[in-house]
Design a protein around this ligand. Structure first.
Ligand code: TGC
Ligand code: FAD
Length: 390
Protein backbone atom coordinates (compact mmCIF):
# COMPACT_ATOMS: atom_id res chain seq x y z
CA UNK A 1 0.00 0.00 0.00
CA UNK A 2 1.18 3.57 -0.54
CA UNK A 3 2.17 5.31 2.70
CA UNK A 4 -0.38 7.45 4.56
CA UNK A 5 0.19 11.13 3.76
CA UNK A 6 -1.16 13.49 6.45
CA UNK A 7 -1.41 16.22 3.79
CA UNK A 8 -3.34 13.99 1.40
CA UNK A 9 -4.97 11.34 3.60
CA UNK A 10 -7.40 10.14 0.92
CA UNK A 11 -4.81 10.00 -1.85
CA UNK A 12 -6.77 12.61 -3.84
CA UNK A 13 -3.65 13.48 -5.82
CA UNK A 14 -4.37 10.28 -7.75
CA UNK A 15 -7.41 12.02 -9.23
CA UNK A 16 -5.16 14.50 -11.03
CA UNK A 17 -3.48 14.07 -14.40
CA UNK A 18 0.24 14.93 -14.73
CA UNK A 19 -0.78 18.11 -16.57
CA UNK A 20 -3.12 19.15 -13.75
CA UNK A 21 -0.40 18.52 -11.17
CA UNK A 22 2.04 20.61 -13.22
CA UNK A 23 -0.38 23.57 -13.32
CA UNK A 24 -0.98 23.27 -9.58
CA UNK A 25 2.72 23.06 -8.75
CA UNK A 26 3.60 26.04 -10.94
CA UNK A 27 1.05 28.27 -9.24
CA UNK A 28 1.99 26.97 -5.79
CA UNK A 29 5.63 27.91 -6.44
CA UNK A 30 4.64 31.34 -7.77
CA UNK A 31 2.55 32.06 -4.68
CA UNK A 32 5.31 30.83 -2.36
CA UNK A 33 7.75 33.15 -4.09
CA UNK A 34 5.65 36.24 -4.80
CA UNK A 35 2.91 36.33 -2.15
CA UNK A 36 3.76 34.39 1.00
CA UNK A 37 6.92 36.33 1.97
CA UNK A 38 5.00 39.65 1.91
CA UNK A 39 1.38 38.92 2.61
CA UNK A 40 1.37 39.54 6.37
CA UNK A 41 2.87 43.01 5.83
CA UNK A 42 0.48 43.82 2.97
CA UNK A 43 -2.43 42.62 5.07
CA UNK A 44 -1.41 44.78 8.01
CA UNK A 45 -1.07 47.80 5.70
CA UNK A 46 -4.40 46.99 4.07
CA UNK A 47 -2.91 47.03 0.56
CA UNK A 48 -2.07 44.84 -2.38
CA UNK A 49 0.98 46.78 -3.59
CA UNK A 50 2.24 46.04 -7.06
CA UNK A 51 -1.19 44.75 -8.06
CA UNK A 52 -0.57 45.65 -11.72
CA UNK A 53 2.71 43.77 -11.79
CA UNK A 54 1.09 40.80 -10.02
CA UNK A 55 -1.70 40.83 -12.60
CA UNK A 56 0.83 40.70 -15.43
CA UNK A 57 2.62 37.80 -13.77
CA UNK A 58 -0.66 35.96 -13.32
CA UNK A 59 -1.36 36.65 -16.98
CA UNK A 60 2.00 35.16 -17.93
CA UNK A 61 1.08 32.06 -15.89
CA UNK A 62 -2.10 31.76 -17.99
CA UNK A 63 -4.29 32.19 -14.89
CA UNK A 64 -6.48 35.02 -16.20
CA UNK A 65 -9.62 33.87 -17.98
CA UNK A 66 -7.88 30.53 -18.10
CA UNK A 67 -10.95 28.47 -18.97
CA UNK A 68 -11.89 30.73 -21.86
CA UNK A 69 -10.93 29.81 -25.40
CA UNK A 70 -9.28 32.13 -27.95
CA UNK A 71 -8.31 35.82 -27.62
CA UNK A 72 -5.09 34.89 -25.79
CA UNK A 73 -6.83 32.81 -23.09
CA UNK A 74 -5.41 29.46 -22.01
CA UNK A 75 -8.46 27.28 -22.73
CA UNK A 76 -7.75 25.20 -19.61
CA UNK A 77 -10.10 22.72 -17.95
CA UNK A 78 -12.39 23.54 -15.04
CA UNK A 79 -10.32 21.31 -12.76
CA UNK A 80 -7.13 23.16 -13.71
CA UNK A 81 -8.83 26.46 -12.99
CA UNK A 82 -10.07 25.12 -9.64
CA UNK A 83 -6.58 23.99 -8.66
CA UNK A 84 -5.23 27.46 -9.47
CA UNK A 85 -7.91 29.07 -7.28
CA UNK A 86 -7.04 26.71 -4.43
CA UNK A 87 -3.31 27.43 -4.64
CA UNK A 88 -3.83 31.19 -4.84
CA UNK A 89 -6.23 31.26 -1.92
CA UNK A 90 -3.82 29.12 0.13
CA UNK A 91 -1.65 32.24 -0.10
CA UNK A 92 -4.46 34.79 0.37
CA UNK A 93 -8.10 35.14 -0.65
CA UNK A 94 -7.29 38.60 -2.01
CA UNK A 95 -5.11 37.19 -4.77
CA UNK A 96 -7.71 34.58 -5.67
CA UNK A 97 -10.32 37.35 -5.73
CA UNK A 98 -8.23 39.35 -8.18
CA UNK A 99 -8.15 36.34 -10.48
CA UNK A 100 -11.80 35.37 -9.98
CA UNK A 101 -13.10 38.80 -10.80
CA UNK A 102 -10.77 39.26 -13.75
CA UNK A 103 -11.38 35.87 -15.34
CA UNK A 104 -14.69 34.49 -14.15
CA UNK A 105 -16.62 37.75 -13.98
CA UNK A 106 -15.24 40.54 -16.18
CA UNK A 107 -13.60 38.45 -18.94
CA UNK A 108 -16.28 35.77 -18.82
CA UNK A 109 -19.00 38.39 -19.31
CA UNK A 110 -17.21 39.85 -22.34
CA UNK A 111 -16.36 36.42 -23.77
CA UNK A 112 -19.87 35.03 -23.39
CA UNK A 113 -22.03 38.09 -24.02
CA UNK A 114 -19.79 40.47 -25.95
CA UNK A 115 -19.57 41.20 -29.67
CA UNK A 116 -16.54 40.07 -31.70
CA UNK A 117 -15.26 43.66 -31.59
CA UNK A 118 -15.63 43.86 -27.80
CA UNK A 119 -13.83 40.52 -27.37
CA UNK A 120 -10.96 41.57 -29.60
CA UNK A 121 -10.70 44.98 -28.00
CA UNK A 122 -10.56 43.81 -24.38
CA UNK A 123 -9.77 40.12 -23.91
CA UNK A 124 -6.16 39.83 -25.16
CA UNK A 125 -4.96 42.62 -22.84
CA UNK A 126 -7.00 41.25 -19.95
CA UNK A 127 -5.59 37.73 -20.45
CA UNK A 128 -2.09 39.24 -20.24
CA UNK A 129 -3.00 41.17 -17.10
CA UNK A 130 -2.27 44.47 -18.85
CA UNK A 131 -5.86 45.59 -18.35
CA UNK A 132 -7.64 44.78 -15.10
CA UNK A 133 -11.40 44.34 -15.11
CA UNK A 134 -14.10 44.65 -12.45
CA UNK A 135 -17.73 43.55 -12.26
CA UNK A 136 -20.30 45.92 -10.82
CA UNK A 137 -23.53 44.23 -9.78
CA UNK A 138 -24.00 45.01 -6.07
CA UNK A 139 -25.37 48.40 -5.05
CA UNK A 140 -25.58 50.10 -1.64
CA UNK A 141 -29.26 49.10 -1.32
CA UNK A 142 -29.28 45.92 -3.43
CA UNK A 143 -26.88 43.09 -2.61
CA UNK A 144 -28.60 39.70 -2.37
CA UNK A 145 -31.44 41.11 -4.44
CA UNK A 146 -29.66 42.52 -7.51
CA UNK A 147 -32.92 42.41 -9.47
CA UNK A 148 -33.93 45.58 -7.56
CA UNK A 149 -30.92 47.58 -8.80
CA UNK A 150 -31.36 51.32 -9.32
CA UNK A 151 -28.46 52.06 -11.65
CA UNK A 152 -30.07 52.82 -14.97
CA UNK A 153 -29.02 53.40 -18.53
CA UNK A 154 -31.13 55.43 -20.90
CA UNK A 155 -30.73 55.90 -24.62
CA UNK A 156 -29.88 59.37 -25.87
CA UNK A 157 -29.73 59.39 -29.64
CA UNK A 158 -27.17 56.71 -30.48
CA UNK A 159 -25.56 56.86 -27.03
CA UNK A 160 -26.25 55.31 -23.65
CA UNK A 161 -26.16 57.44 -20.50
CA UNK A 162 -25.53 55.60 -17.20
CA UNK A 163 -26.33 56.89 -13.73
CA UNK A 164 -26.07 55.12 -10.38
CA UNK A 165 -23.73 53.60 -7.81
CA UNK A 166 -22.18 50.21 -7.30
CA UNK A 167 -20.71 49.11 -3.98
CA UNK A 168 -18.09 46.62 -2.77
CA UNK A 169 -16.55 46.15 -6.19
CA UNK A 170 -13.34 44.11 -6.23
CA UNK A 171 -10.56 45.62 -8.42
CA UNK A 172 -12.72 48.73 -8.99
CA UNK A 173 -10.09 51.45 -8.45
CA UNK A 174 -7.44 49.67 -10.55
CA UNK A 175 -9.70 48.51 -13.35
CA UNK A 176 -9.21 49.68 -16.92
CA UNK A 177 -12.68 48.47 -17.75
CA UNK A 178 -15.75 48.01 -15.56
CA UNK A 179 -18.54 45.61 -16.51
CA UNK A 180 -21.53 47.48 -15.09
CA UNK A 181 -25.04 46.01 -14.89
CA UNK A 182 -27.83 48.54 -15.22
CA UNK A 183 -31.58 48.72 -15.60
CA UNK A 184 -32.83 49.82 -19.04
CA UNK A 185 -36.21 50.04 -20.76
CA UNK A 186 -35.40 46.58 -22.14
CA UNK A 187 -34.53 45.02 -18.76
CA UNK A 188 -31.11 44.57 -17.14
CA UNK A 189 -28.18 44.99 -19.55
CA UNK A 190 -24.40 44.90 -19.15
CA UNK A 191 -22.16 47.83 -20.18
CA UNK A 192 -18.41 48.12 -20.70
CA UNK A 193 -17.28 51.32 -19.03
CA UNK A 194 -13.65 52.28 -19.73
CA UNK A 195 -11.81 53.88 -16.79
CA UNK A 196 -11.48 57.60 -17.38
CA UNK A 197 -14.94 57.96 -18.89
CA UNK A 198 -16.25 61.42 -17.88
CA UNK A 199 -18.62 61.06 -14.92
CA UNK A 200 -17.14 57.72 -13.83
CA UNK A 201 -15.03 57.31 -10.69
CA UNK A 202 -14.06 54.38 -8.46
CA UNK A 203 -13.06 55.50 -4.95
CA UNK A 204 -11.48 52.77 -2.84
CA UNK A 205 -13.29 51.47 0.25
CA UNK A 206 -10.95 51.51 3.25
CA UNK A 207 -11.24 50.29 6.87
CA UNK A 208 -12.04 46.67 5.97
CA UNK A 209 -11.20 43.96 8.48
CA UNK A 210 -11.35 41.24 5.83
CA UNK A 211 -9.85 40.92 2.33
CA UNK A 212 -7.37 43.58 3.40
CA UNK A 213 -4.92 42.68 0.65
CA UNK A 214 -7.52 43.29 -2.05
CA UNK A 215 -8.77 46.43 -3.75
CA UNK A 216 -12.48 47.01 -3.01
CA UNK A 217 -14.23 50.06 -4.40
CA UNK A 218 -17.38 52.00 -4.97
CA UNK A 219 -18.29 52.77 -8.58
CA UNK A 220 -19.90 56.17 -9.12
CA UNK A 221 -21.68 56.77 -12.44
CA UNK A 222 -22.84 60.30 -12.93
CA UNK A 223 -24.41 60.56 -16.38
CA UNK A 224 -21.63 58.56 -18.00
CA UNK A 225 -22.09 58.81 -21.75
CA UNK A 226 -21.14 55.69 -23.69
CA UNK A 227 -21.39 54.84 -27.37
CA UNK A 228 -24.06 52.43 -28.62
CA UNK A 229 -21.53 49.60 -28.86
CA UNK A 230 -20.73 49.74 -25.13
CA UNK A 231 -23.62 47.41 -24.34
CA UNK A 232 -23.02 43.65 -24.22
CA UNK A 233 -25.29 42.44 -27.01
CA UNK A 234 -25.73 38.87 -25.72
CA UNK A 235 -27.04 39.56 -22.20
CA UNK A 236 -30.55 40.59 -21.34
CA UNK A 237 -32.11 40.21 -17.89
CA UNK A 238 -30.69 39.05 -14.56
CA UNK A 239 -29.75 35.76 -16.20
CA UNK A 240 -26.70 37.53 -17.71
CA UNK A 241 -24.87 38.50 -14.50
CA UNK A 242 -26.07 35.37 -12.68
CA UNK A 243 -24.49 33.20 -15.38
CA UNK A 244 -21.15 34.90 -14.70
CA UNK A 245 -21.62 34.28 -10.99
CA UNK A 246 -21.93 30.52 -11.57
CA UNK A 247 -18.44 30.57 -12.95
CA UNK A 248 -16.90 32.65 -10.17
CA UNK A 249 -18.73 30.68 -7.48
CA UNK A 250 -17.30 27.49 -8.93
CA UNK A 251 -13.78 28.90 -8.47
CA UNK A 252 -14.60 29.72 -4.85
CA UNK A 253 -15.70 26.12 -4.24
CA UNK A 254 -12.01 25.27 -4.71
CA UNK A 255 -10.45 28.49 -3.50
CA UNK A 256 -11.89 28.45 0.01
CA UNK A 257 -10.27 25.07 0.55
CA UNK A 258 -6.88 26.68 -0.09
CA UNK A 259 -7.40 28.93 2.93
CA UNK A 260 -8.55 25.88 4.88
CA UNK A 261 -5.57 23.78 3.80
CA UNK A 262 -3.07 26.46 4.80
CA UNK A 263 -4.74 26.81 8.19
CA UNK A 264 -4.97 23.04 8.73
CA UNK A 265 -1.30 22.57 7.90
CA UNK A 266 -0.29 25.42 10.21
CA UNK A 267 -2.32 23.83 13.01
CA UNK A 268 -0.92 20.36 12.38
CA UNK A 269 2.67 21.61 12.43
CA UNK A 270 1.98 23.65 15.53
CA UNK A 271 0.25 20.77 17.33
CA UNK A 272 3.25 18.54 16.73
CA UNK A 273 5.76 21.13 17.95
CA UNK A 274 4.05 22.97 20.80
CA UNK A 275 4.34 21.33 24.22
CA UNK A 276 2.14 21.84 27.25
CA UNK A 277 1.91 19.64 30.36
CA UNK A 278 5.15 18.03 29.22
CA UNK A 279 4.02 16.74 25.82
CA UNK A 280 3.05 17.98 22.35
CA UNK A 281 -0.49 19.33 22.31
CA UNK A 282 -1.07 17.10 19.24
CA UNK A 283 -0.85 14.17 21.67
CA UNK A 284 -3.99 15.23 23.52
CA UNK A 285 -7.19 13.52 22.42
CA UNK A 286 -9.09 16.80 22.20
CA UNK A 287 -6.53 18.23 19.76
CA UNK A 288 -6.54 15.03 17.73
CA UNK A 289 -10.33 15.14 17.49
CA UNK A 290 -10.06 18.68 16.10
CA UNK A 291 -7.38 17.69 13.59
CA UNK A 292 -9.30 14.61 12.47
CA UNK A 293 -12.51 16.59 11.96
CA UNK A 294 -10.66 19.34 10.09
CA UNK A 295 -9.04 16.77 7.79
CA UNK A 296 -12.42 15.13 7.13
CA UNK A 297 -14.08 18.34 6.01
CA UNK A 298 -11.07 19.59 4.05
CA UNK A 299 -10.71 16.46 1.97
CA UNK A 300 -14.45 15.83 1.58
CA UNK A 301 -14.55 19.38 0.25
CA UNK A 302 -11.78 18.66 -2.24
CA UNK A 303 -13.65 15.55 -3.43
CA UNK A 304 -16.77 17.65 -3.90
CA UNK A 305 -14.82 20.30 -5.81
CA UNK A 306 -13.36 17.63 -8.10
CA UNK A 307 -16.78 16.20 -8.76
CA UNK A 308 -18.20 19.61 -9.66
CA UNK A 309 -15.14 20.35 -11.81
CA UNK A 310 -15.55 17.16 -13.81
CA UNK A 311 -19.23 18.01 -14.29
CA UNK A 312 -18.32 21.51 -15.47
CA UNK A 313 -15.85 20.04 -17.94
CA UNK A 314 -18.54 17.63 -19.13
CA UNK A 315 -21.02 20.52 -19.51
CA UNK A 316 -23.44 19.00 -16.96
CA UNK A 317 -22.91 21.28 -13.96
CA UNK A 318 -26.15 22.91 -12.80
CA UNK A 319 -26.27 26.25 -10.90
CA UNK A 320 -27.89 24.48 -7.92
CA UNK A 321 -24.86 22.19 -7.76
CA UNK A 322 -22.57 25.22 -7.71
CA UNK A 323 -24.63 26.56 -4.78
CA UNK A 324 -24.21 23.18 -3.06
CA UNK A 325 -20.44 23.45 -3.38
CA UNK A 326 -20.11 27.14 -2.49
CA UNK A 327 -22.33 26.81 0.57
CA UNK A 328 -20.61 23.68 1.87
CA UNK A 329 -17.00 24.44 1.12
CA UNK A 330 -16.89 28.04 2.31
CA UNK A 331 -18.81 27.21 5.49
CA UNK A 332 -16.55 24.24 6.25
CA UNK A 333 -13.41 26.20 5.32
CA UNK A 334 -14.15 28.97 7.78
CA UNK A 335 -14.88 26.35 10.45
CA UNK A 336 -11.48 24.76 9.78
CA UNK A 337 -9.73 28.14 10.04
CA UNK A 338 -11.48 28.96 13.30
CA UNK A 339 -10.58 25.57 14.80
CA UNK A 340 -7.00 25.98 13.60
CA UNK A 341 -6.90 29.29 15.42
CA UNK A 342 -7.84 27.61 18.71
CA UNK A 343 -5.01 25.07 18.30
CA UNK A 344 -2.50 27.90 17.95
CA UNK A 345 -3.68 29.49 21.19
CA UNK A 346 -2.56 33.11 21.49
CA UNK A 347 -0.33 32.70 18.45
CA UNK A 348 -3.50 32.03 16.51
CA UNK A 349 -4.38 35.72 16.58
CA UNK A 350 -0.98 36.82 15.29
CA UNK A 351 -0.15 37.72 11.70
CA UNK A 352 3.00 35.63 12.21
CA UNK A 353 0.73 32.71 11.41
CA UNK A 354 -1.78 32.63 8.55
CA UNK A 355 -4.88 31.29 10.28
CA UNK A 356 -6.53 34.46 11.58
CA UNK A 357 -5.89 36.19 8.23
CA UNK A 358 -7.54 33.32 6.39
CA UNK A 359 -10.45 33.18 8.84
CA UNK A 360 -11.15 36.89 8.52
CA UNK A 361 -10.84 36.71 4.72
CA UNK A 362 -13.40 33.94 4.62
CA UNK A 363 -15.90 36.21 6.39
CA UNK A 364 -16.09 38.06 3.06
CA UNK A 365 -16.12 34.88 1.03
CA UNK A 366 -19.12 33.68 3.09
CA UNK A 367 -20.95 36.83 2.01
CA UNK A 368 -19.86 37.58 -1.54
CA UNK A 369 -20.91 35.59 -4.57
CA UNK A 370 -24.17 34.87 -2.74
CA UNK A 371 -24.46 34.67 1.03
CA UNK A 372 -24.89 31.39 2.92
CA UNK A 373 -28.59 32.17 3.15
CA UNK A 374 -28.95 32.78 -0.62
CA UNK A 375 -27.39 29.40 -1.40
CA UNK A 376 -29.54 27.70 1.24
CA UNK A 377 -32.59 29.25 -0.42
CA UNK A 378 -31.41 28.21 -3.90
CA UNK A 379 -31.10 24.64 -2.65
CA UNK A 380 -34.33 24.90 -0.66
CA UNK A 381 -36.16 25.97 -3.79
CA UNK A 382 -34.59 23.17 -5.83
CA UNK A 383 -35.49 20.59 -3.17
CA UNK A 384 -39.06 21.70 -2.49
CA UNK A 385 -40.06 23.57 -5.62
CA UNK A 386 -41.09 26.53 -3.43
CA UNK A 387 -39.44 29.95 -3.90
CA UNK A 388 -38.78 31.38 -0.41
CA UNK A 389 -36.78 34.46 -1.45
CA UNK A 390 -39.69 36.84 -1.16
P1 TGC B 1 -34.83 34.67 -10.40
O1 TGC B 1 -36.22 35.13 -10.72
O2 TGC B 1 -34.64 33.38 -9.68
O3 TGC B 1 -33.95 34.59 -11.74
C1 TGC B 1 -33.90 35.65 -12.66
C2 TGC B 1 -33.37 35.10 -13.98
O4 TGC B 1 -32.04 34.59 -13.78
C3 TGC B 1 -31.99 33.18 -14.02
N1 TGC B 1 -31.08 32.60 -13.00
C4 TGC B 1 -29.86 32.14 -13.31
N2 TGC B 1 -29.23 32.05 -14.49
C5 TGC B 1 -27.99 31.53 -14.48
N3 TGC B 1 -27.39 31.13 -13.34
C6 TGC B 1 -27.99 31.22 -12.14
N4 TGC B 1 -27.36 30.83 -11.02
C7 TGC B 1 -29.30 31.75 -12.08
N5 TGC B 1 -30.19 31.99 -11.09
C8 TGC B 1 -31.28 32.51 -11.67
C9 TGC B 1 -33.41 32.71 -13.88
O5 TGC B 1 -33.61 31.50 -14.59
C10 TGC B 1 -34.16 33.88 -14.46
O6 TGC B 1 -34.00 33.83 -15.86
P2 TGC B 1 -35.20 34.30 -16.84
O7 TGC B 1 -34.61 34.16 -18.19
O8 TGC B 1 -36.32 33.34 -16.54
O9 TGC B 1 -35.51 35.70 -16.44
O10 TGC B 1 -34.13 35.87 -9.65
P3 TGC B 1 -34.32 36.42 -8.20
O11 TGC B 1 -34.50 37.90 -8.29
O12 TGC B 1 -35.38 35.64 -7.45
O13 TGC B 1 -32.88 36.16 -7.54
C11 TGC B 1 -32.36 34.90 -7.38
C12 TGC B 1 -31.11 34.96 -6.47
C13 TGC B 1 -31.45 35.50 -5.10
C14 TGC B 1 -30.59 33.54 -6.33
C15 TGC B 1 -30.03 35.84 -7.12
O14 TGC B 1 -30.43 37.13 -7.23
C16 TGC B 1 -28.72 35.79 -6.40
O15 TGC B 1 -27.91 34.91 -6.70
N6 TGC B 1 -28.39 36.73 -5.44
C17 TGC B 1 -27.09 36.83 -4.87
C18 TGC B 1 -26.35 37.99 -5.51
C19 TGC B 1 -24.88 37.73 -5.65
O16 TGC B 1 -24.40 36.60 -5.58
N7 TGC B 1 -24.11 38.77 -5.90
C20 TGC B 1 -22.72 38.62 -6.17
C21 TGC B 1 -22.13 39.89 -6.72
S1 TGC B 1 -20.54 39.68 -7.47
C22 TGC B 1 -19.51 39.35 -6.21
O17 TGC B 1 -19.86 39.17 -5.11
C23 TGC B 1 -18.09 39.26 -6.59
S2 TGC B 1 -17.03 38.96 -5.27
C24 TGC B 1 -15.83 38.16 -6.15
C25 TGC B 1 -14.51 38.11 -5.55
O18 TGC B 1 -13.94 39.13 -5.10
O19 TGC B 1 -13.97 36.98 -5.58
P1 FAD C 1 -27.67 41.89 2.06
O1 FAD C 1 -28.21 41.39 0.79
O2 FAD C 1 -28.21 43.15 2.62
O3 FAD C 1 -27.87 40.73 3.15
C1 FAD C 1 -27.72 40.95 4.57
C2 FAD C 1 -28.14 39.66 5.27
O4 FAD C 1 -29.54 39.40 5.00
C3 FAD C 1 -27.37 38.44 4.77
O5 FAD C 1 -27.14 37.56 5.83
C4 FAD C 1 -28.35 37.83 3.78
O6 FAD C 1 -28.13 36.44 3.57
C5 FAD C 1 -29.67 38.09 4.48
N1 FAD C 1 -30.79 38.04 3.56
C6 FAD C 1 -31.05 38.84 2.49
N2 FAD C 1 -32.17 38.45 1.87
C7 FAD C 1 -32.64 37.37 2.54
C8 FAD C 1 -33.73 36.48 2.36
N3 FAD C 1 -34.60 36.62 1.34
N4 FAD C 1 -33.88 35.49 3.25
C9 FAD C 1 -33.01 35.30 4.25
N5 FAD C 1 -31.94 36.09 4.47
C10 FAD C 1 -31.75 37.10 3.62
N6 FAD C 1 -20.25 42.66 -5.52
C11 FAD C 1 -20.08 42.86 -6.87
O7 FAD C 1 -21.04 43.09 -7.59
N7 FAD C 1 -18.84 42.80 -7.41
C12 FAD C 1 -17.72 42.57 -6.66
O8 FAD C 1 -16.61 42.51 -7.22
C13 FAD C 1 -17.87 42.37 -5.26
N8 FAD C 1 -16.77 42.19 -4.48
C14 FAD C 1 -16.93 42.13 -3.11
C15 FAD C 1 -15.79 42.10 -2.29
C16 FAD C 1 -15.93 42.08 -0.91
C17 FAD C 1 -14.70 42.09 -0.04
C18 FAD C 1 -17.23 42.03 -0.34
C19 FAD C 1 -17.38 41.96 1.16
C20 FAD C 1 -18.34 42.06 -1.12
C21 FAD C 1 -18.22 42.12 -2.53
N9 FAD C 1 -19.33 42.24 -3.37
C22 FAD C 1 -19.18 42.42 -4.72
C23 FAD C 1 -20.67 42.37 -2.78
C24 FAD C 1 -21.30 41.05 -2.37
O9 FAD C 1 -21.66 40.28 -3.49
C25 FAD C 1 -22.52 41.38 -1.50
O10 FAD C 1 -22.02 41.87 -0.27
C26 FAD C 1 -23.41 40.18 -1.27
O11 FAD C 1 -24.07 39.80 -2.45
C27 FAD C 1 -24.46 40.43 -0.15
O12 FAD C 1 -25.08 41.65 -0.32
P2 FAD C 1 -25.21 42.70 0.91
O13 FAD C 1 -23.84 42.86 1.48
O14 FAD C 1 -25.91 43.89 0.41
O15 FAD C 1 -26.07 41.95 2.00
Amino acid sequence: LPPFDPRDPLGLDDLLSPEEKAVRDTVRRWAADRILPHIAEWYERGELPGIRELARELGALGALGMQLKGHGCAGASAVQYGLVCLELEAADSGVRSLVSVQGSLAMYAIHRFGSDEQRERWLPGMAKGETIGCFGLTEPDHGSDPGGMRTYAKRDGGDWVLTGRKMWITNGSVAGVAVVWARTDEGIRGFLVPAGSPGFSAPEIRHKWSLRASVTSELVLDEVRLPADAVLPGASGLRGPLSCLNHARYGIVWGALGAARASFEAALDYACAREQFGRPIGGFQLTQAKLADMALELHKGILLAHHLGRRMDAGTLRPEQVSFGKLNNVREAIGICRTARTILGANGISLEYPVMRHATNLESVLTYEGTVEMHQLVLGKALTGVDAFR
